[in-house]
Ligand binder design. Structure first.
Ligand code: ATP
Length: 406
C-alpha cells in the first residue's frame, strides 16, 4: 500500500533504521520506520486513510506516527508506523537539539548513528525491495560490528555512545576499535559534560531495559561514562547489586504477577540506592529524568528502605501482609534486592501466597445474614482476612459462621 501511494504522490518511500537491520538479521522488529522523500506528514495522512489508522503529526520535526489497532486472537493490539521526511540534521552546537531541513535519503541515512542502522529498503512499487547500503551496513551486520559513519559522530550526539553499548549488548556485536577510540576521545574532550535534554534519560532507560544491566554498567564504566553520570557511582558495587536485581526480576517473571512493573525503573533505583539524598537529586538532574518519574523513584526508594527497617522479625503472616499490602510491586521487588535471606523468604511467601488471599464473603452476603450495613462490615472483613492469612476459614461456609458469631 505504501509503495503504491508513494508512486501516486511522486515521492520516494523507504523502510529504514532498526526495521531493516532486524529484517536482515531475521529478528522480529517492534516498530516500522518509513522515510519519505517528500512531505512526510501528507504521506502519513494519505497512508492512514488507506489502512484505516490514526495520524499523530509532529510538524516541528516533519514527522508523523500512524496508530493502527488490530485485533489478533480476540485481543486488541496497537501497532505504530513512524513516518519521517527525509532530512539532514544540522547542529547549532554539540549536544543541542537538531534543526530539521528537507533533503534526500542519502543525507538522511548519513545523519544516523551506526552503519547497521543506516540501511534502507525502497518501498515504491517500481523498485520494491531494493536494498540501499551506502555505508557498508550489510557487511557490518555480517561481521557483527558497531561502527559510526564518521569521526564527528559522538561530538554531534554523545548519547550515541550509550546506544553503541546497548546495540553491542543486545545484538552480541562488537564496537569497532575505531568507534571505541572515538568514544574515548569524546570523553576526553568532555563532550558528555555538555549533554542535556531528555534523550540521555531515554537512552539510559533503554540500555537498562534491553540488556543485562550489570554488564552494560560495566561497559559504561570501562569507557569512563559511569562517573560522568555521577562521580559517586561505584562500578563494583553497582555491578553486583544490578546482577542481583537482574536475577530478582528474572525470578519475578516466573511468578506471572498480575501487576505490571517497569524493570528499568527498578534498575535505576538500584543505581540511586547507595547515593546520598543530594547525590540522587544531582544524578536525576544530570540525566534529565521527567519530574513525575523523579518524584516516584525517590519516594519508592524511601518506602523500600523504611519497609526493610520495619520488617517483622517473626514470620507472622498478618504482619507481613500488613507491611507489604500497601506497597506497590516495584517497591517490593526493590526490597527483594536488598533484603536479608529471612526477609526474602517472607516477601516470596507474600507474593506467592498471601497477596491473593481475600474474604470470599461479599457485602451482599452479610446483608442476607441480616447484618445492617455500616462500619461493622469492614471490621468483619478485616477479621476474616486475618483468620485466612493464618490458614483458617478456608470455605465460604466457615466465613458465614464466623460472620454470624461476630
Ligand atoms: P530498537 O528499536 O531495536 O532498539 P532502532 O534502531 O529501531 O532499534 P530507535 O531508537 O527506535 O532504534 O531509532 C530508530 C532509528 O533512528 C535508528 O535505527 C537510527 O537509524 C536512528 N537513530 C536513533 N537515534 C539516533 C541517534 N542518536 N543518532 C543517529 N541516529 C539515530
Amino acid at each position: 500500500t505504501a509503495g503504491k501511494l508513494a508512486e501516486e504522490m511522486g515521492y520516494g518511500a523507504y523502510l529504514v533504521g532498526g526495521s531493516v537491520r532486524d529484517l536482515i538479521m531475521r529478528r522480529p522488529s517492534p516498530d516500522v520506520d518509513i522515510v519519505v522523500e517528500g512531505d512526510g506528514i501528507a504521506f502519513a495522512q494519505e497512508l492512514s486513510k488507506k489502512i484505516d489508522g490514526k495520524v499523530i503529526p509532529h510538524p516541528r520535526f516533519a514527522t508523523a506516527k500512524i496508530l493502527k489497532e488490530i485485533i489478533r486472537n480476540g485481543e486488541k493490539k496497537s501497532f505504530y508506523i513512524d513516518i519521517a521526511t527525509a532530512r539532514t540534521e544540522y547542529y547549532e552546537s554539540p549536544a543541542a537539539l537538531p534543526k530539521v531541513e528537507t533533503s534526500s535519503i542519502k543525507k538522511d541515512l548519513y545523519r544516523r548513528d551506526f552503519t547497521i542502522n543506516a540501511l534502507a529498503v525502497k518501498l515504491n512499487s517500481k523498485n520494491f525491495g531494493l536494498l540501499i547500503d551506502f555505508f557498508g551496513g550489510q557487511r557490518d551486520i555480517k561481521d557483527k560490528k558497531i561502527r559510526v559513519l564518521h569521526n564527528l559522530s559522538f561530538v554531534e550526539d554523545p548519547t550515541r555512545a550509550i546506544r553503541a553499548i546497548r546495540f553491542s549488548e543486545k545484538l552480541g556485536f562488537k564496537i569497532s576499535k575505531h568507534t571505541e577510540n572515538l568514544i574515548k576521545l569524546a570523553v576526553k574532550m568532555s563532550i558528555f559534560e555538555k549533554l542535556k535534554g531528555p534523550r540521555l534519560y531515554e537512552e539510559l532507560i533503554l540500555l537498562l531495559k534491553e540488556t543485562q544491566p550489570h554488564h552494560s554498567i560495566k561497559r559504561l564504566a570501562d569507557y569512563g561514562l559511569l562517573k560522568i553520570l555521577h562521580p559517586s557511582l561505584e562500578e563494583k558495587k553497582l555491578y553486583s547489586e544490578l546482577a542481583r536485581a537482574y536475577e530478582t526480576v528474572q525470578a519475578m517473571e516466573l511468578l506471572f504477577l498480575k501487576e505490571k512493573y517497569r524493570k528499568e525503573l527498578i534498575y535505576l533505583m538500584v543505581m540511586l540506592w547507595n547515593l546520598e539524598d543530594h547525590e540522587r537529586q544531582e544524578f536525576l538532574q544530570k540525566i534529565c529524568v521527567p519530574e513525575n518519574i523523579k518524584k516516584e523513584v525517590i519516594e519508592n526508594i524511601i518506602s523500600a528502605e523504611k519497609a526493610l527497617q520495619a520488617f517483622p522479625s517473626e514470620e507472622s503472616p498478618v504482619e507481613i501482609y500488613t507491611l507489604l499490602s500497601s506497597l506497590n510491586i516495584e517497591i517490593i521487588i526493590l526490597m527483594m534486592v536488598y533484603a536479608q535471606e529471612q526477609q526474602k523468604k517472607a516477601i516470596s511467601f507474600y507474593l506467592t501466597k498471601l497477596k491473593e488471599i481475600k474474604p470470599l464473603l461479599r457485602g451482599e452476603d452479610l446483608k442476607t445474614l441480616g447484618i445492617p450495613p455500616g462500619p461493622i462490615y469492614k471490621k468483619i472483613f478485616d477479621e476474616i482476612l486475618k483468620e485466612k492469612l493464618q490458614g483458617r476459614l478456608l470455605s465460604k461456609e466457615e466465613e458465614i459462621e464466623f460472620a454470624k458469631n461476630f
